[in-house]
Write a protein of this length. Structure first.
Length: 352
């Protein structure tokens, strides 16, 4: 159930003053001219500001209820094709409307996310769209206090700030692992880069399924905090094979990594899927056009961006959507890189 009411109420100076047990004018002085306020009082005010998520209104001369036509969109990357698809949906949804988009890029940094939320909050946006469900305590406090609709996208969780549209990453990881087992693979690894919380949930799904099948081996899991790319996928897969020469399949935390693994197999003369299975995630366009094509988990990224904007606009217009939490689901796209069963049935290499 959504936490925010239909009427959105911002945190005020009066709220901060009450929380810090000082006067409103003292709060104003602590924020505007902190050098004239004692260190002890300033610390109490700062603690209350952080706890309540207060953001000063840069347009203080405007009416207290005024908002702009801006929809803020905060994503972790503008170069990742996954979020490029989200942004296409966002911009298509505002095309031809009076609404405008203002974009923020966190670069996978929680402190940067907090900074961006403060900036957006001070500008009185019509609504905010923010990636993921793993905001810091300070960020959640600010978002809870904002006088506008908020949509968390790309994930699902039990404690929405307001509205939410996404899918279950753990179940996506489970589906990928089950598919590899069903196609006869037994030494199934996982390689992942930039292990943000969504990637970690995919790994959790993989681990659960392999564990239930008594096939899990921690030596078959390789991750790095560095950004993912095709080059990174090739490099990590090469290292993975060096450590696990008996591996026969790998689940990659995204399609970039899977394409890199495929290229490395081709360089080494490893036949895919006969000798080795490769599974991706997100189902980017090239997954269906590579040779061989790459099996992947399809996610509805464009749809999430488009529908998130529709949810913000509807709520800002007084027509809050019901339900306010939408599960877009995902789809297992079986292609040549893992479909060993079809290959055998068609008379291919069955000596595996």
């Amino acid at each position: 159930m959504s936490k925010k009411p239909n009427i959105y109420k911002a945190v005020t100076l009066k709220d901060v003053a009450a929380a810090a047990s000082v006067s409103v004018i003292t709060v104003s002085r602590a924020l505007r001219t902190p050098e004239i306020v004692s260190e002890k009082v300033r610390a109490r005010v700062e603690e209350a500001v952080d706890r309540l998520g207060y953001a000063p209104n840069q347009a203080a001369q405007a009416l207290a209820s005024a908002t702009t036509s801006i929809i803020g969109v905060i994503i972790p990357s503008i170069t990742n094709l996954v979020f490029s698809d989200v942004l296409r949906g966002v911009y298509d949804a505002v095309e031809g409307t009076p609404w405008q988009v203002q974009l923020g890029n966190t670069r996978y940094n929680s402190r940067k996310e907090e900074e961006l939320i403060r900036i957006f909050a001070s500008q009185r946006p019509a609504g905010l769209i923010i990636s993921g469900i793993d905001q810091s305590e300070a960020t959640r406090a600010m978002l809870d206090s904002l006088a506008c609709p908020i949509v968390q996208i790309m994930d699902l969780g039990p404690d929405p700030i307001d509205m939410m549209i996404g899918f279950d990453h753990r179940e996506g990881g489970r589906a990928a692992a089950r598919h590899l087992i069903e196609n006869g693979y037994r030494r199934i690894g996982f390689i992942g880069a930039r292990m943000d919380p969504r990637a970690q949930r995919r790994l959790e799904g993989y681990t659960q399924v392999l564990g239930e099948a008594e096939l899990y081996d921690e030596k078959l899991v390789m991750t790095t905090p560095h950004p993912s790319s095709v080059t990174m996928g090739s490099r990590m897969f090469s290292d993975f094979l060096g450590l696990n020469p008996d591996a026969d399949a790998v689940f990659c935390n995204n399609d970039d990594m899977a394409l890199g693994a495929l290229f490395e197999c081709q360089r080494r003369g490893i036949r895919v899927p006969e000798q080795f299975g490769i599974m991706g995630y997100n189902d980017l366009e090239y997954s269906a056009t590579s040779n061989p094509t790459i099996s992947s988990i399809r996610t509805l990224r464009y749809d999430m961006g488009h529908r998130a904007v529709e949810m913000v606009i509807a709520t800002a217009s007084g027509n809050r959507p019901d339900p306010a939490i939408i599960d877009t689901g995902f789809a297992l796209k079986v292609r040549q890189s893992t479909d060993r069963k079809s290959l055998i049935q068609a008379g291919g290499d069955s000596s595996l």
